[in-house]
Structures are given as structure tokens and as C-alpha cells.
Design a protein around this ligand. Structure first.
Ligand SMILES: Nc1ncnc2c1ncn2[C@@H]1O[C@H](COP(=O)(O)OP(=O)(O)OP(=O)(O)O)[C@@H](O)[C@H]1O
Ligand SMILES: [Mg+2]
Length: 253
């Protein structure tokens, strides 16, 4: 099982959108995909049509009250462990020993059941993201293509460095993905340069693929369909396919 996480402490940079696209494409291609939503906002769970009330969530997985096998819901050919609104309290609710390793250990038990695990994290560098990065083999860093795309990269770099030192020496950064990009704007070249500088700091690369700003992204999420089902020939669907091919070349190559 290959475990992928999208991480950034910046909100709204398309972490969840990117995870949804990766999972949808891999499922379409016949892979066995498990999504795990860690974010108390529950955007991934909701969009994937997971039941969220009265069911075990990633919170119970982290606190040891449920296994992944018990919490995973099978929907439309994929499996999803939903988040809980209370995930923000996970840090207080988890037993203190082995806190950072809870998800990693839980995922190890289902490693033979799935080809890919896709972890969705909140826009913060706390326990939930540390659990995801400790469990992940690869992290993708989405960066919204705006004037502040470099903000916070130092904190993220420090977190990744600490993860490699203390909990997951094998964590690899797949690259930085420019999202919500509009190549027609005059700042686009500056943004690309910023992203290259950010990549150098993290010792990684900027993906050749970038994702354009497009309303079909929001429309597909509003009707809870995958981008590739909702608008298979939209340009942004090509952007995501191109990105996922590039990512998979790296991950499986
Ligand atoms: N390429 C795009 N074009 C237009 N809208 C987009 C695009 N990508 C994402 N969005 C929209 O931007 C918003 C934020 O995206 P998303 O929820 O994926 O970000 P996030 O990083 O997961 O946010 P959070 O940090 O809150 O979890 C959503 O409303 C989403 O539909
Ligand atoms: Mg999100």
C-alpha cells in the first residue's frame, strides 16, 4: 500500500480537491483506494458521500476505539474513513504514548487490503497532520497560485524535517503543485519563481503540471461527483490527469 498525503497549513489551497482527484483517478484505473479524512471540517467525507453521524470516524481510529476496517465505509468502488467534527480535540483525547504513530499503526493493519491510502489533513501542523505525515510515504504540497504562495513554507519545511528526524525518516516530498493557477495573469511568472524557491528550500521540485482555476471544480463538489465523472473533458480535468500521471510516475517509478 502506498500512502499519500496532501499537506499545507494554509487553508483553501486545494488539498482536499487534489486528494479527491487522485483518489477518483486511481479508482477509475482499477486501484483499491482508501481515503482517510482527518480534517474536522469533513469536506472530503461529505463530498465522498460518507455517513458521518453515529459511525466510527478517524477520531475513534486515533483514540484506539475503532480499527480502520471497522470505520471504513465502502462507497462507489472506494473506501473512506470519515472525519468527525470533534477531530480538533484529538490531541486531548488520544492516549499520550505513541500519539504520533496512531494512524500509521492503524493503517499497517490494512496494508494488504488497499493499493493506495489517501490522507486528507486540516490546514494546521498539529497532531492530525503529524499523524498523517508519520503514516505517509509521500507528501504532495499544493500551493495556491497567489501572491502569498510562499507564506508558511518555512514552518512546513521545519515540520517535515522534524517528521523525518523523529517519526518517519522515509517520508518523501513528491513536489509542489500549483493550484488555482491562471497563466494569463501578470503575476504568474513571479508565482512560478516563488514556487521554485519554495521547492529548493524543501529539496523537492515543482510539478510540471499545474491546475487552473475553474468553476467546474466547485460544481462537481456541490453535486458530490468526481471531477472526471462530472466534467471529463473540462480543461481542468486534463490538468489533474496530467498531474496524477506525473505523480504516479514518481511514486511507482
Ligand atoms: N482549481 C480550482 N478552481 C476553482 N476552485 C477551486 C479549485 N481548486 C479548489 N477550488 C475550490 O477552492 C476551495 C478550497 O479548496 P479545498 O477545499 O480543496 O482546499 P483545502 O486546502 O482542502 O482547504 P482547507 O485548508 O480548508 O482544508 C473549495 O471551495 C474548492 O472547491
Ligand atoms: Mg481540505
Amino acid at each position: 500500500m502506498i500512502t499519500l498525503a496532501a499537506a499545507s497549513q494554509k487553508g483553501g489551497v486545494a488539498k482536499t480537491t487534489t486528494n479527491l482527484a487522485i483518489g477518483a483517478k486511481l479508482t477509475q484505473d482499477g486501484a483499491r483506494v482508501l481515503y482517510v479524512d482527518l480534517d474536522p471540517q469533513m469536506n472530503l467525507s461529505t463530498t465522498l458521500k460518507a455517513a458521518c453521524a453515529g459511525v466510527p470516524s478517524s477520531l475513534e481510529v486515533l483514540t484506539g476505539q475503532a480499527t480502520i476496517a471497522e470505520a471504513a465505509q465502502v462507497i462507489d468502488g472506494y473506501a473512506v474513513v470519515p472525519a468527525s467534527r470533534l477531530n480538533g480535540k484529538a490531541d486531548d483525547l488520544m492516549p499520550s504514548v505513541g500519539k504520533d504513530y496512531r494512524l500509521r499503526k492503524a493503517l499497517a493493519a490494512v496494508a494488504g487490503d488497499y493499493d493506495y491510502a489517501i490522507l486528507d489533513t486540516p490546514p494546521a501542523l498539529g497532531t492530525l497532520t503529524v499523524n498523517a505525515l508519520t503514516a505517509a510515504s509521500w507528501v504532495v504540497i499544493p500551493a495556491q497560485a497567489d501572491a502569498y504562495s510562499l507564506d508558511g513554507v518555512t514552518d512546513l519545511a521545519a515540520t517535515i524535517e522534524a517528521i523525518r528526524e523523529y517519526t518517519n525518516p522515509d517520508l518523501k516530498i513528491a513536489g509542489i503543485l500549483l493550484t488555482r493557477y491562471n497563466p494569463r495573469t501578470s503575476i504568474s511568472r513571479v508565482i512560478h519563481e516563488d514556487a521554485e524557491a519554495m521547492a529548493a528550500e524543501l529539496d523537492t521540485k515543482v510539478f510540471r503540471a499545474w491546475i487552473r482555476e475553474a468553476t467546474v471544480i466547485k460544481e462537481a463538489q456541490a453535486v458530490k461527483q468526481s471531477l472526471f465523472d462530472y466534467a471529463p473533458s473540462a480543461k481542468v480535468a486534463y490538468d489533474y490527469r496530467f498531474f496524477i500521471d506525473e505523480l504516479m510516475g514518481e511514486v511507482n517509478g
